[in-house]
Design a protein around this ligand. Structure first.
Ligand code: EPZ
Length: 422
């Protein structure tokens, strides 16, 4: 159980390279199940969630190695145990995205039903309904989803929308299953997140026939088989947004390399709105804040709206404006565990249902705080960079799930973060 000691306030400067996307890598790793043989994935980050996903694939029968240049090689020639174990899926909910590809490849899959987590209930009813529409028989036994399709899956028109809009991993699951279904599938209200676009591009490179990529209507002509692939995952837009917020909260100038601004329009819009400059430069951008920042309202939404995965970090940032901001969470209405922790650092946040009113304060003050989930812990690190004194963040394992050595990236830029193992 590591903890961070973060001395603040600091100014940052310099340049940082953004890693490959965690949330693109996870479903793409699962997609290799569909194509017997060895696939090679570039830019898959070294994160604990990626290792857990690797363990899940190994339990199925896959062989995983990291090549000399860091490529992740997955040999899925043999899949002889189509079971997604509770011990892994309970720790990494994205494990659910092996369900669709396993079912399509093996005609049967047993995957632990994920539980709730710090950001809410997180049901998987839309995943299950989508696979049932493709002809799977699904029931629940001892906490496991048992899915069967002994005679294969059949293409169908499927509406995937739910009470909070589209579902990212639900779309991934049904999309992957549909690539090997007989006939044509239409997924209406598909998630449009760049990570789903990346998955669809990877599947097409494997031989799938998917049209409408990037739109809410995906049209898939099923094929008999897919081939292993060499593929490079996109840069992580959430890591990039976190570093943009780091530049903004510390009134600094940071250069981000390997970052796709086109995937981040809503985030950049909010930054410009509060007085932060974001200029495209090379394969990334220059983020500069010179003066005070203004309050702003943020509503999280499915892509291309403002991402829920940056809500916590922007709450920390807006805590330091001169005025009131309103943050509305429309994807995970309970994703506010960071509110109480930021208030311990002298932020002035008031939660009313899925809304937080952020009354700006002149300064944040260091305190011992506890990370509750991945993005909430990133918000606490950002707050610690700007706060007066030494902030102690416990349960740092949450941040290691989604940020590769964040202190080793921030310290060369001027941060003073020490990791202590206790
Ligand atoms: C993905 O989770 C991401 N995870 C999350 O990132 C991200 O916050 C989320 O999408 C939204 O962008 C990965 O990609 C690994 P959803 P996912 O299904 O797919 C409801 C991070 O910090 N819903 O799009 O599980 C659900 O409760 C993580 O990196 C149903 O009602 O999210 C939520 O309100 C955390 N029924 C909304 O839809 C379902 O069957 C969107 O969830 C599925 C979802």
């Amino acid at each position: 159980m590591d903890i961070f000691h973060i001395e603040g306030p600091v100014r940052l400067s310099g340049s940082v390279s953004i890693n490959g996307s965690k949330n693109a890598s996870l479903p793409i790793m699962a997609a290799t199940i569909l194509a017997p043989g060895e696939s090679s994935l570039k830019s898959v980050p070294h994160l604990s969630d990626i290792s857990l996903c690797g363990q899940l694939l190994q339990q199925l029968g896959c062989k995983l190695t990291r090549g000399p240049d860091g490529d992740l090689c997955i040999d899925s020639t043999v899949i002889d145990n189509p079971v997604g174990d509770y011990e892994i899926v309970r720790r990494m909910r994205a494990g659910i995205c092996i369900l669709g590809p396993l079912l399509a490849r093996c005609g049967r899959a047993e995957v632990s039903m994920p539980g709730g987590c710090a950001i809410g209930d997180r049901p998987v009813n839309l995943h299950i309904r989508g696979l049932q529409e493709l002809g799977a028989q699904i029931h629940l036994k001892n906490g496991y989803i048992i899915a069967e399709a002994p005679n294969g899956l059949r293409g169908k028109d499927i509406f995937m929308g739910g009470p909070f809009g589209s579902t990212v991993l639900g779309t991934a699951n049904v999309l992957m299953a549909a690539t090997l279904a007989k006939g044509r599938t239409v997924i209406e209200s598909a998630a449009c997140e760049p990570e789903i676009t990346d998955l669809a591009n990877c599947l097409n490179k494997m031989g799938a026939k998917i049209k409408g990529i990037g739109s809410p209507r995906l049209i898939i002509e099923g094929v008999r088989q897919l081939q292993p692939v060499e593929f490079e995952v996109i840069p992580d837009r959430i890591e990039a947004g976190t570093f943009m917020a780091a530049a903004a909260i510390t009134a600094s100038e940071l250069r981000l390399k390997n970052c796709r601004l086109d995937d981040m329009m809503a985030v950049i819009d909010r930054l410009r709105n509060i007085g932060v400059t974001v200029d495209a430069e090379g394969d990334g951008c220059l983020v500069t804040r010179t003066g005070p920042i203004r309050p702003a309202d943020i509503t999280t939404q499915p892509y291309p709206g403002f991402p829920t995965d940056l809500q916590a970090q922007f709450m920390a940032l807006l805590s330091l404006t001169d005025g009131n901001s309103v943050i509305i969470e429309k994807v995970f209405p309970d994703r506010f565990m960071h509110v109480a922790e930021l208030n311990r650092m002298a932020a002035n946040l008031r939660k009313e249902g899925p809304v937080v009113i952020v009354a700006g304060v002149k300064k944040l003050i260091a305190a011992p705080v506890m990370a509750s989930d991945l993005r909430a812990s990133a918000a606490l690190v950002l707050a610690g960079l700007a706060a007066e004194g030494t902030t102690i963040v416990s349960r740092v394992y949450h941040i290691d799930r989604g940020y590769e050595k964040i202190e080793e990236k921030l310290n060369p830029l001027g941060a003073k973060i020490t990791r202590q193992s206790i």
